[in-house]
Design a binder for this molecule. Sequence first.
Ligand SMILES: Cc1cc2nc3c(=O)[nH]c(=O)nc-3n(C[C@H](O)[C@H](O)[C@H](O)COP(=O)(O)OP(=O)(O)OC[C@H]3O[C@@H](n4cnc5c(N)ncnc54)[C@H](O)[C@@H]3O)c2cc1C
Length: 463
Amino acid sequence: MRSVDADVIVVGAGVAGLAAALRLKDSGRTPLVLEAGAMVGGRMTSRRIGPFTIDCGVALPTRSFTRMRALGARFGLAARAKNIPFTLGIQDADGTVRAYRARHFEDILLDRRLPLAARAAFMRIGLDLIRFDHRLQLGDVNGAALLDSEDTASYVRRLGGGGDELLADVLGPGLRAAIGTELGSCSRAVLFSVARNTMRPGFWIMDGGLDQFPNALAQFVEVRRSTPVLEVRTSGRSVEIDIIERETKRTLRANGAIVAVPGPEAARLCPAAPRWLCSVLERTTYSRIACVFVGWTTRIAPACTGYVWKGTDAAKPASLEFEHLRSPGCCPHNRSLISVYFIDSPDFRCFAMSDDEIGARAIKSIREIVHADGDVLFIYVTRWRYGLATFAVGRFRELASLRARLDAWHGPVDFCGDYLNGISSEGALCSGEQAARRLVRRLAPERWRERAAITRGAALPSS
Ligand SMILES: Cc1cc2nc3c(=O)[nH]c(=O)nc-3n(C[C@H](O)[C@H](O)[C@H](O)COP(=O)(O)OP(=O)(O)OC[C@H]3O[C@@H](n4cnc5c(N)ncnc54)[C@H](O)[C@@H]3O)c2cc1C
C-alpha cells in the first residue's frame, strides 16, 4: 500500500461532491471531502431566522429529480419531501396577471389572452417535447447535445408567427428565474430540458429546509469543513492537494481526487490539467443572482404562488415567490415569507447595491403584486457569484465531447458540478455519481497496468 493521507479526496461539499463521495464509498473506496465553507451543501443551503426557515439556494426541486428523491429516501427523508402545487402569475405591462399552473399545459393552450398563433407554437413545442423526451433526462448531457443545434430565439421563430410572442409573453418571463438569464440566447436544449423537467412534472419541497439533504449525505462520508483547497496536481501515481488547515498550509496525498467546485474555480485549482480539459472548465459561465428574503408580519394570500414580470426591464425581479404558500411550515401560520430574486446584469448591477437598496426594491415589488396589510419583520440578502450555470448554443455539445474524453482519460483526477450536466441540482448530483464511477474504474488495479502501457507508448491489451 502506498503512503497516502486519504484514498480519494473530493474537493467541495455541494450536492455534486457529496453524491460523488457517497458513490465512491458505495464502490468500496474511502473518500475524504474537503469543504472551504463552514457548512456543507454549497448552493443547496438553508438559513434559520427565528421561526423562519429560508432555502437560500435551491428552492424548487422538481418531481423529475428521481436520484435526489431516492437518496433522500435512503437517508430517512422521504416523509419530509412533499409534492406541492405551484401557480405562476405573469404580470403584463397593464398590471393584469395571467396565471398558469405547473403540470397544466392546457392553461397556456386555452388562454384566450394569448394570440392563437402563440398557442399553436406552444403546441408544436409540446410535440417536440414528446418527440425528444428520451434525450432530456437530467444528467444526460449526451442526449441534450443532440438538440443543441440552435438558440431558443431561432427555434421559436421557426415555429411560425406566434413563436416570438410566446417567447416574449410566456416562456421568457416564466423561465428567466429558473435559468438565470434570457431564454432566447440559450441553447434550445435549455428550453426543452427546463420545460420537461420543471413545468411538466411539478415541484416538491423538503419540510424543515432543503439543507437536510446535503446534511444527511454528509453524515455517511468523512467531511472536513473550513478546509479550502489551494491546488490539485498529479504526482506519479498519486494526487497532491495543497490545503489550508487551521491557518496552516499543508499538502495531502491521495490515490485520486474529484474536483466538485464551479467550473472556473476547478480550472484555477488544477493549473497543470490538460488544456482540452481546462479550456472547457474556464469557459463556464454563470448568472449572478441576488436573493432577498422578506419576513412579513401578516399572512399574505395572493392568487399565485410565484410572480414574474413580462417585458425587458432588467431592474424587475426575475421572480417573486410566496414561500409560505408552497411550504406552510417555513414560518408561523400568521406570518409570511417572500423571496425576491434579482439577476445581476450590465443594465442592472444589483451586486453593487447595498442590502438596504436592494431590500427596498424587493419590498416595492411585493407591494406591486399584493396590497398587503402588515409590515416587514426582517430582510435577509444573499448574493451568488456562481448562481446558475448558463448554456449558450454549442455548450452541450462541447460538454458531451468533454465527457467522452474524460471517459477515455487515465488521469487520477475527475470533475463534477452542475456546469457539466445542465441547469439543476439533480444534474449536479448525477455528475458527481458519474465522476465517481469514472474514477473508480480508473483506480482499479488492472487499469494501472493499462495506464503504464499507455505511458510507455505500448499498444493496449486487446481484451
Ligand atoms: C439562488 C439559486 C436558486 C437555485 N434554485 C434551484 C432550484 O430551484 N432547483 C435546482 O435544481 N437548482 C437550483 N439552483 C442551482 C443549484 O443550486 C446548483 O445547480 C447546485 O446546487 C450546484 O451544486 P454543485 O455541487 O455543482 O456546486 P456548489 O453547490 O456550488 O458546491 C461547490 C462547493 O465547493 C466548495 N468549494 C469551492 N471552492 C472550494 C475550494 N477551493 N476548496 C474547498 N471547497 C470549495 C463550495 O464552498 C461549495 O460548497 C439554484 C441556485 C441558486 C444560486
